[in-house]
Every structure is written in structure tokens, then in C-alpha cells.
Design a protein around this ligand. Sequence first.
Ligand code: MG
Ligand code: ZN
Length: 218
Amino acid sequence: MKVKVLQNILDANTQMAQKNQRLLDNHRILALNIMASPGAGKTSLILKTIARLKDKTRIAVIEGDIASTIDADRISDQGVAVVQINTGGGCHLDANMVENALNNLKLNEIDLLFIENVGNLVCPAAFRLGEHKRVVLLSVPEGDDKPIKYPMMFTESEAVVINKIDLMPLLDFDLDAFKRKVIGLNPDVEIFQLSAKTGQGLDPWLSWLEAELKSLRA
Ligand code: MG
Ligand code: ZN
């Protein structure tokens, strides 16, 4: 009985996610679902990307957090449209929350939409939001074993960003082993290694975003 209820919830979410994606497609907006543990650098990567792209790309952000507007305030300070979703304890975003947020954005004025999920490597992977691409961020201090411990996050994503590579000399993070595990789970995944803090390695990430935008519009 419990299993049946859970399946119904997932189905309703998937339907709403498809509706969100049609709305985004109609406005030619590329939407990315950014997933990671708390502190991995989701907001920092979004801020750095805004700084580099905002002159040529119209960016908006949906911020998911259990509480507060700390991250949304940092985005808003950059002059970018942002909607904060406070889940009030919920540990992931769902498609209904994102629909509500989309209703509060001027969709005709957006090219690229970041949806920053609640910090958590587990259940965000189970809920589609209407995004075109799912990106999992993993920071070097978290360790290279995370694809083994949280495989769904890596099998369900189109891109993996290894963040805080400036800390690599200080830590025992085996980059080759990490990449092997990720590719073993998901052979087609894009892998980026960068530091959102220093800007090192940011260019391939920005080029990928621009190529995805281009192909959505083609
Ligand atoms: Mg954040
Ligand atoms: Zn959750």
C-alpha cells in the first residue's frame, strides 16, 4: 500500500515537471537543476557564472532552501532575477514548487535559468522539476567516494562539476579514481573540474552552457 502511494506521488510530479519543461521550451529557456551537498559551492558557482555571462545572457535563478533568503539575496545583489523557495523543512524541490516559482518570473526576459536545489545528495535526484539538464556538484573536501555512496545522483545527471580544485594539494582526493567511478556509472556524463572561488577551470563549463543554449535555440 505504501509503495502504491509513493508511485502516485512520483507520477504526479513527473507530469508537472513535463508541464514546466513545455513552458520553458515555449520561452526558449535553458533550465539547469543544480544539486549538491550543503557547502559544495552551488551558489558560488552560479554567482561566478553570472559574473562571466551576464553581459550576453539573460540569467534568472530559483533558489531552494529549507529556510532563509541568504543565497537569494547574494544573487539579487548581482542584479539578476531570483525567486526564493523555502521548503520549510522539505529536503528537495519538487515540480509544483518550481511551477509556482516560474509563475513569479518574467519568462520572456530569461535565456538561462538555474534551479538551485536544496543541499542534499539523496532525494533531489528522484524528483524531476522540468529542467533540461541536471548538474551534480561535488567539492574536493567531500571525498572521492561519493559516487559509490550516492550513485543515483551521478547516474541521473548530465554533468558532474568537481568544485574547489584549488584545495586539491591539501587533501587526499584521487581525481582519476573519482572520474573512473563516475564514468563507470554514467559513461556519457560531462565532467568539469574547477574552482568557483578562483575561477580556475571555469571556461569549459561556460562553453558547455553556451553550447547547450545554442542547441536549444537551433
Ligand atoms: Mg546555496
Ligand atoms: Zn527530500
